[in-house]
Design a binder for this molecule. Structure first.
Ligand SMILES: *[C@@H]1O[C@H](CO)[C@@H](O)[C@H](O)[C@H]1NC(C)=O
Length: 267
């Protein structure tokens, strides 16, 4: 091996860790910036309590929730489940600590799933099945040293652009033979309201709240937030003196927002 290639090899190993580190730095910086924007501990704790209240109103006093610093898990996001030290009978049985509100709700879901055999799904895939959760006062204990689950990656991402306005449509279409497609597409478009029934764009708050609760319980901390996207674009384009009327023609209608956002519409 020539001395030049040895030199290159040495340089490679000296520079490698530096390259990896400099790639991680922006992620660290982003995480720190996001952490600095978190709501106060009490707001996050009561948001998690509100999820419990909607999911298992009978057990609102069975759990204690507490936000803890990331130092508890060596700087990472995590949740911890412990048997609560009860001094009186009505004290909460289970203590769930987490580095954010979403960590706490994922801890709650972890507990009712793995200790109580519960299942929390979307309505169409079984819905909320919590009948197996024992009554308050009889909740199963976790092991003495508690449970500690650390998030292996910073973000759990959910959704894609078509879920905002084409979910029902694409699901329905994928089950049809190509020859049936045109007829069905015509029917669906004619019957307008049938087409996007299951798309976010038609959801009311009640449905959103249930979905957001589901996300929180599954530990999702990076959902797409497309709602209102066109309003931002409208502001930007209007700064370039494009009229509101022209923009109204340009943006897709509610059922077709996803396609319009992806630039798939012409006309
Ligand atoms: C928009 O119109 C205003 C008024 O005519 C003009 O001053 C400005 O430069 C225009 N902006 C752009 C981006 O063309």
């Amino acid at each position: 091996m020539s001395s030049l290639s040895i030199l290159c090899l040495i340089l490679f190993f000296i520079l490698l860790p530096h390259t990896i580190l400099s790639k991680l730095e922006p992620v660290e910086a982003l995480l720190n910036r996001l952490d600095s924007k978190l709501s106060s501990s009490s707001v996050q704790e009561s948001a998690a309590k509100a999820v419990l209240q909607r999911l298992l109103p009978t057990h609102v006093h069975s759990f204690d929730f507490k936000i803890v610093s990331k130092d508890v898990c060596g700087g990472q996001s995590c949740f911890l489940i412990d048997n609560n030290k009860r001094s009186i009978q009505n004290d909460p049985e289970i203590m769930i600590r987490g580095t954010t509100g979403v960590e706490i709700t994922s801890g709650l879901h972890w507990y009712i799933k793995y200790w109580c055999g519960a299942h929390v799904s979307w309505d169409k895939t079984g819905g909320i099945q919590i009948a197996s959760v024992p009554s308050p006062g009889s909740l199963p204990l976790v092991k003495d040293e508690g449970v500690r689950i650390q998030r292996p990656v910073p973000w759990n991402y959910y959704q894609n652009v078509v879920t905002s306005s084409c979910k029902y449509y694409s699901h329905y279409m994928s089950n049809l033979a190509t020859s049936d497609m045109e007829t069905n597409m015509k029917n669906l478009v004619v019957r307008g309201s049938t087409l996007p029934l299951d798309s976010y764009v038609w959801w009311d708050w009640e449905k959103w709240e249930k979905e957001i609760d589901w996300m929180a319980l599954q530990g999702i901390n990076l959902p797409l937030a497309f709602t209102g996207q066109e309003s931002i674009w409208q502001k930007v384009f209007m700064n370039f003196n494009i009229s509101k009327e022209d923009l109204n023609d340009f943006f897709g209608g509610p059922s077709f927002l996803a396609w319009a956002r992806m630039g798939n519409l012409h006309g």
